[in-house]
Design a protein around this ligand. Structure first.
Ligand SMILES: [Zn+2]
Length: 480
């Protein structure tokens, strides 16, 4: 009902707006990056009104909306701003600031006079009439709040749950596993001190993706929920749908949305067409940050992937579609994404046989390094401006299947899997990163040291010419 009512309101609103004399909406560029908004900037009574949240967050501020008091609070470094909807008086560190027109809420977005941006946060504001462009430049470069950018592929067995941790307490969640994993996801978020969730993506209505979301709704305020717009006749979907309605945040059907958070951009790439198949209706998203870019596919299969091939897909990291099923990761899609790292979110010994060997072989042949939640547990990718590093909850207890060459990791880090392993000095755990080396062989290697060369590993029981060839092809181990 709520969705129906919302879309009706939206339609009425659009009709009203279109009936007015056409006014070009100004473009907004913050610190060199063009912003896109759900609600466009507009001119009213000679005053340019701009969406507060997108601009403030791009300037490094944290924005909190308090519904009951209709108040927006923003903070950046030691500046605190408070603005009540409908009032022409705002407060900056307790001092009154007068607005030319009051802040107002349009379709869930708070619009404020452009000048308030400069007055509140000390940013420089420029206007180019010929291009209808507002240019906003931050003058204070000290960021507030957290500065961490980490992408967490949370181990939820046969399911998906991805937490994107961006600077300034911006939190994005994609799916939350099956119903039994809701508390796992909530506890994981609590361990990362998540305060609220800015954007929640429910990729598609299958229980292994949305089952845990009611627990997330119960634990957190969620500002924006984006899903495929496709419903399903299961209890898991009904509970999720009720959760969305009770949450009271903004609901949006996937429609090429895009958000800019500091120097990172998060965008919805698909679906762009209607898919009758639930997996192919999965919301596909892309995160682009200075250190790395990611494609998150949900359970999209070849049709879902094929529908967005015209988009800019290249990314360093691919969340492999549908738990590594052979029906996903089509050749064309893999070629367009051209990832260095693939993350397969899959449960051990699942009844579907995921990940399929065809997918692993394909990724291996493309030289993609594979991380699997069934082997590695949760996988965390940390970003800096220069690159990324991968850490895993556990070292792989089984050798990953593909003899993929190790990609050079741009950032030196604690990632033991990103650097070479000297079989004469490596720890028991490190040795087990080498293909075909489990705990027993690792112990034997330590006992038999030193080794003159990799060929010398043939002294270890069970390592014959073919396993030795795999170990060499993996390019991870060396003897020194
Ligand atoms: Zn799934």
């Amino acid at each position: 009902m709520r969705r129906w009512a919302l879309s009706t309101c939206l339609t009425l609103f659009l009709v009203l707006v279109l009936a007015l004399p056409a006014l070009a909406s100004p473009k907004v560029v913050v610190d060199g990056a063009a912003l896109t908004f759900q609600v466009l900037p507009r001119v009213e009574q000679g005053t340019t009104l701009v969406p507060l949240r997108g601009i403030f967050e791009s300037l490094g501020a944290t924005v909190v909306w308090d519904g009951p008091t209709q108040t927006v609070k923003a903070s950046k470094a030691d500046t605190q701003i408070q603005l009540k909807i409908g009032s022409t008086t705002a407060y900056r560190n307790g001092q009154a600031v007068t607005l030319t027109v009051p802040g107002k809420v349009v379709n869930g977005s708070t619009l404020v006079p452009l000048r308030f941006v400069s007055e509140a946060l000390g940013a420089n504001v420029g206007w180019d009439g010929s291009t209808q462009t507002i240019t906003i430049t931050s003058t204070v470069s000290t960021p507030s709040g957290s500065t961490t950018t980490k992408i967490h592929f949370i181990d939820v067995g046969q399911g998906n749950a991805i937490y994107i941790e961006l600077p300034n307490n911006v939190d994005i969640l994609i799916d939350a596993g099956d119903v039994g994993y809701g508390s796992t996801v909530v506890n994981y978020l609590k361990s990362r001190n998540v305060d609220d969730i800015e954007i929640l993506i429910a990729t598609h209505p299958h229980a292994d993706h949305i089952g845990g979301l009611p627990a997330v709704f119960a634990a957190y305020d969620v500002e924006i929920v984006v899903d495929s717009g496709v419903s399903h006749s299961t209890q898991a979907f009904t509970r999720y749908d009720t959760g969305v309605k009770d949450e009271g945040g903004t609901y949006q059907k996937a429609a090429n949305q895009s958000w800019t958070f500091g120097s990172c951009k998060f965008e919805v790439l698909g679906p762009t067409t209607t898919h009758s198949d639930l997996n192919n209706a999965s919301v596909i998203t892309k995160l682009s940050c200075p250190g790395a870019s990611f494609i998150f596919t949900g359970d999209a299969e070849a049709d879902g992937e094929g529908a967005i091939l015209h988009k800019v897909l290249d990314a360093n990291i691919l969340k492999v579609g549908h738990h590594g099923s052979r029906t996903s990761t089509s050749d064309a899609f893999l070629a367009r994404v051209s990832p260095e790292v693939a993350v397969i979110m899959v449960g051990a010994d699942n009844r579907y046989g995921h990940p399929h060997s065809e997918t692993l072989a394909k990724l291996g042949a493309a030289g993609v390094k594979i991380y699997r939640t069934d082997f590695h547990g949760s996988v965390v990718i940390s970003l800096t401006n220069q690159g990324y590093s991968v850490t895993t909850q556990r070292l792989a207890s089984q050798p990953t299947v593909q003899p993929a060459p190790i990609q050079p990791t741009p950032v030196p880090s604690s990632d033991t899997t990103g650097s070479k392993i000297n079989i004469n000095t490596a720890s028991l755990d490190e040795l087990q990163l080498i293909t075909h080396i489990g705990q027993a062989r690792a112990e034997e290697i330590i006992r038999l040291r030193p080794f003159r060369s990799l060929d010398d590993l043939s002294r270890v029981s069970g390592i014959g010419p073919s396993r030795l060839a795999d170990i060499k092809a993996q390019s991870l181990a060396y003897a020194h």
